[in-house]
Design a protein around this ligand. Structure first.
Ligand code: TXA
Ligand code: MG
Length: 326
């Protein structure tokens, strides 16, 4: 077995934190059954204690240990998509401490599709509570270097599994109150879920029903510089206008720059939602590091395939420019 995995499992058993790769983003993990260990996650992230964490498990055979009611829909989705970028919200079992759920009666469960994460979960044996390994409200990390930049020495070990293949957080489906509700869009779309369940999930619950889903807070996934979404047709004019006002502008688009102008920082990502998602957070980080006065982002197409990317960009636009973690 990988020596790093053995060390990571030993740290988890000792109640310490371990950052590890998943196919979506890097997670900041602790033994989910150990409230003192889980408390370290909230301290390291600067995250409010009532925001629930996802428990990562080694396989669907662990569902019944962590959830007390497992509807057929949950088994079907697990069979179809695990390991993979899907989190299921279910009624929690007695194994799940309040520290993980913020006192809620439900728990988020997921089997990540990354060989090192699966090796760690198998070696550790228990559940690993893990949010994305960023400071609260900031851009999720998709490389081990991002995790170090976010958390520094607050985490004793960062297992390096290279860049994440999916690049944005898992789809979250709430199955705890009957009809399935997509609480957070992700790489697994509503249509994929409908294909398995034979009925479409509700997309996004009424805002009042999900106050504790931190990924749904307005200020989330945010760079430090203000970020604005701009329709593709208006992008060039918006860049020229900001420059005319003397602003240092950075651009994230789905095409190369139409002109070369001064200090303009322009990054183009693929015009394909999966490829775009894979690169998105690293690109935002890189643009943000240049501390531009404004980040202009070409708005994604209004198609279902882009809904997870659009969700993250809209939150970044709403949450940017605020010093949430001084
Ligand atoms: O892809 C992912 O899901 C990544 C990797 C590391 O697995 N994790 C992740 O965790 O994005 P985090 O904590 O950054 O986001 C998890 C989301 C939060 O919005 C949280 O509120 C929600 O899941 N969540 C967790 N448990 C929940 C519950 N019982 N009910 C409703 N929402 C829950
Ligand atoms: Mg997060």
């Amino acid at each position: 077995m990988n020596e790093q995995i053995a060390r990571a499992a030993a740290l988890l058993r000792a109640g310490e934190l371990v950052a590890f790769p998943t196919e979506t983003v890097y997670g900041l993990g602790a033994d989910a059954a150990n409230p003192q260990a889980v408390a370290k996650i909230f301290a390291a992230k600067g995250r409010p204690a009532d925001h629930p964490l996802i428990v990562h498990i080694a396989g669907a055979d662990k569902l019944d240990a962590w959830a007390r009611e497992v509807p057929d829909a949950a088994r079907a989705l697990a069979a179809a998509f695990w390991p993979g970028p899907l989190t299921l919200i279910l009624k929690r079992s007695a194994l799940v401490p309040d520290a993980v759920t913020g006192g809620q009666d439900t728990v988020g469960l997921r089997v990540p599709n990354h060989p090192l994460a699966l090796a760690l979960l198998a070696e550790f044996g228990g559940g690993v509570a893990a949010p994305s390994a960023n400071r609260f409200g900031r851009i999720s990390p998709t490389t081990a270097a991002h995790v170090r930049a976010e958390l520094g020495d607050a985490v004793p070990l960062v297992v390096d599994g290279g860049p994440c293949a999916v690049g944005i957080e898992s789809t979250i489906v709430d199955l705890s109150r009957g009809a399935p509700v997509v609480l957070r869009p992700g790489a697994i779309g509503a249509a994929d879920i409908a294909r398995v369940l034979g009925a479409s999930p509700v997309e996004g619950g009424p805002a009042g029903e999900r106050p504790r889903v931190s990924g749904t807070l307005a200020a989330h996934y945010a760079p430090s510089s203000p970020l604005r979404l701009i329709d593709g047709a208006a992008l060039e004019a918006a860049v020229r206008e900001a420059q005319a006002q003397g602003s240092r502008v950075a651009v994230l688009a789905r095409r190369p720059p139409p002109f070369v102008a001064g200090e303009l920082l322009w990054r183009s990502l693929a015009d394909d939602p999966a490829d775009y998602a894979r690169e998105l957070y690293a690109a935002l980080r890189r643009l943000d590091e240049a501390r531009p006065e404004l980040i202009l982002v070409e708005a994604p197409p209004p198609e279902a395939a882009w809904s997870a990317v659009a969700d993250r960009l809209q939150r970044a636009a709403r949450g940017s420019g605020e010093d949430e973690n001084p």
